[in-house]
Design a binder for this molecule. Sequence first.
Ligand SMILES: Nc1ncnc2c1ncn2[C@@H]1O[C@H](COP(=O)(O)OP(=O)(O)OP(=O)(O)O)[C@@H](O)[C@H]1O
Ligand SMILES: [Mg+2]
Length: 343
Amino acid sequence: MPVITADNLTKVFRVQQKEPGVLGAVKALFKPHHKEKTAVHDVSFSIEPGEIVGYIGVNGAGKSTTIKMLTGILQPTAGQIRVLGRDPHRERVANAQKIGVVFGQRTQLWWDLALIESLNMVARIYEVPPARYKELLAQFAETLDLGELLSVPIRSMSLGQKMRAELAATLIHEPEIVYLDEPTIGLDLLVKERIRAFIKEQNREKGTTIILTTHDLGDIEELCQRVMIIDSGKLIYDGPLAVIKDRFGKYREISFETAGSTSSRQTVSYNTLTPPAASEIVNHEDRRLVVRFDRTQTSASKVAAAIMNQIEVLDFSLAEPDLSMVVKQIYQGALQEDGASER
Ligand SMILES: Nc1ncnc2c1ncn2[C@@H]1O[C@H](COP(=O)(O)OP(=O)(O)OP(=O)(O)O)[C@@H](O)[C@H]1O
Ligand SMILES: [Mg+2]
C-alpha cells in the first residue's frame, strides 16, 4: 500500500501583473491584471513506505510547490493527494502528526530558545513519551553531533548547526514521512555527510519514507534509488536512478594503468597513440591514461582492445557514468528527444 499518492496534481498561481513605475502601480490598484502561472501540471505518482525518493529539476521547475501541496500547506488547483489515507490539506492537523518537514532555506525553530528547550517543546507538543524522548535525544545527539549545540540558542548557530538542529526537531516525533526541501543547501562537505548519514539511519532503522528535493547530486547518489524529475511543472521521469544513468550516460570513461611512461625511454609515447573509433583521450599522465568513448557507437571492450594493441596495459577500469553529466543532458531535453519517459 502506498503511503503517498498524487493523481493529476496541478497548481496554478494567479500573479498580479503590474506595469512599471508609479502609474503602473496606481493602475494595478484600480484595475488589477492577473496572469496565471502553472507551477505543477498534471503530476501523478505513488510512493511506497520506506522509499527515499529524490525529486529534482532546475530552479522554478515546481519542486517546492509539489512539496507544499503534499504537506498540506498549499491546496492543489486540481487533482488529488492521499497521504496515509488522508487529504493533507483538509486534514492538516491529523496529517501533521505523521509527517516532518524541513525547508533548507528557513528555520522553523524558536529563534531565541536554546536547542534543548526547542526540542523539549516539540516533544511536548507531539506528546513523545519521556522515556522515548530521552532515547531519541541521545541517538540524535550522537549521529548529528549535537552535544555542544544543545545549550546554544538557534539565533547564534551557523547554517550547518542550524540545519542539524532543524533535522533533530523535525524527527523527534518519529514521523512516518519526512519531506526535505534542499536540506544540504549551502553546507560544507562534512556537514552534508553527517546529514546524509542521519537520513540513511532513520530510513534504515525506522522505515521512514523520505522525499528529498536537492540540487546536490551527491545527495541523490548517496541516498536515493528512485528519482523523479520535474521540468516546467511536468513530471518527465520517474524511475530508478540506475536506469537514467544507464540510458543517458552516453559517454563512459576507461582508465588504463600502463607499463610504460612518456617521460622514460619506454615503448609508446601517449602522443602518438591513436584513439580508437568514437573515443578520445581525455587525460594522460605518468602511467595513467583516460579514454572517453561514446557507448552508443562503440563498446568498452573494443576501446580496451584497441588501446592494448598499442601499449602495454597493466590494469584498467571502467568508471561509473557521472550523474551530473547525465542530469545536465536530461535538463537540456534529452528525455523529450528520446521520446520515452518511464511513467
Ligand atoms: N506563491 C507563489 N505565487 C506565484 N508564483 C509562485 C509561487 N510559488 C511559486 N511560484 C512559481 O511557481 C514556479 C515553481 O516554483 P517552485 O518554488 O515550486 O520551484 P522549485 O522547483 O522549488 O525551484 P528552486 O529549485 O528554485 O527551489 C516558479 O515559476 C515560481 O515562480
Ligand atoms: Mg524550491
